[in-house]
Ligand binder design. Structure first.
Ligand SMILES: [Zn+2]
Length: 311
């Protein structure tokens, strides 16, 4: 078995989005309950998050966004139409943003080879200047910049959440050292993610959107992996791979309109792990993004973890 770090925290349950919101703490409880039934998981090295520092957050977000999030500490309300917050949300958001750096340090020290951060709020819709789409800070983007401070210069971000990772795309759109690849339902929320958007300036060619028509499933994703995802990984030769692992492209998901099976997530996880071993010493940090069917989410997250850990 490979050494895989697992980061979870009950503090993420304190981000209370209300009774009827799909991005609920029940998602993490469902994952935790399934994980408790798998004996291999209890032997994985466990990690706890720390709050991201202001410096780490300001590499991706502007100071008005940081101040806005700090200003809602201890309160309840809405940051945008679908991003509610509660008294525990600010702490959870800072911890979610600091989770990647904790795991990056552990991989850098050689304690573990890869890791899975089971965080909320999710991050990939969060833009430089504002929260959006259930996301407060862009957890994966903050981690990419943190990795660069450790000397991992070339980062490949793979986003297979059913929604386009608009915030991550804009953060690195002109950056030649950070490749952003997103597979997502299209057209769909948030509206961005056209295959014509390939990056700009020095980053031209380092952004790849793979739009999936409604109803696409395992065979379409397999084809996209063979034709586009794996060749992009191979030619970019990253030092590190980050995954925005949403599980809302699952056929059972109530928000998404795609038809991936749990086996489909197993296939993608397996192919990325295999490629990572060949090109970047197996270094991967995966982040939970979306996934709103409690059963499909837990099952897919467990399969993802079992592949990461070679179980
Ligand atoms: Zn999503």
């Amino acid at each position: 078995m490979k050494k895989t770090g697992l980061l979870m925290s009950d503090s993420f349950l304190e981000h209370d989005t209300g009774e009827f919101h799909p991005e609920t703490s029940k998602r993490l409880i469902s994952i935790q309950n399934l994980f408790k039934t798998k004996s291999y998981i209890s032997s994985l090295p466990g990690y706890s998050p720390r709050p991201a520092t202001e410096e780490e957050i300001l590499r991706i977000h502007n100071s008005s966004h940081l101040k806005k999030i700090q200003s809602i500490q201890g309160r309840s309300g809405y940051l945008d139409g679908d991003t509610p917050f509660s008294p525990g949300s600010v702490n959870a958001a800072f911890l979610a943003a600091g989770s990647g750096p904790v795991l990056a340090d552990a991989i850098h020290r050689g304690e573990i080879e890869n890791a899975f951060a089971i965080v909320r709020p999710p991050g990939h819709h969060a833009e430089k200047s504002h929260a959006m789409g259930f996301c407060m800070f862009n957890n994966v983007a903050i981690t990419a910049r943190y990795l660069q401070t450790l000397g991992y210069n070339r980062i490949f971000i793979l986003d297979w959440d059913v929604h386009h990772g608009n915030g991550t795309e804009t953060a690195f759109y002109s950056d030649p050292d950070i490749f952003f690849l997103s597979l997502h339902q299209y057209p769909f929320y948030p509206g961005s993610g056209s295959e014509l958007d390939r990056g700009e300036g020095e980053g031209l060619g380092k952004n790849l959107n793979i739009p999936m028509p409604r109803g696409s499933g395992d065979s379409e994703y397999k084809l996209a992996f063979e034709k586009l995802v794996l060749p992009s990984l191979e030619s970019f030769e990253p030092d590190f791979i980050l995954i925005s692992a949403g599980f809302d492209a699952h056929g059972m998901d109530p928000l998404g309109g795609l038809e991936l099976s749990t086996k489909g997530f197993e296939f993608m996880s397996f192919e990325v792990c295999k490629k990572a071993k060949e090109i970047c010493g197996g270094r991967i940090i995966s982040f939970l993004e979306g996934g709103y069917d409690l059963f499909a989410l837990a099952e897919s997250a467990e399969v993802h973890l079992s592949v990461l850990s070679d179980n």
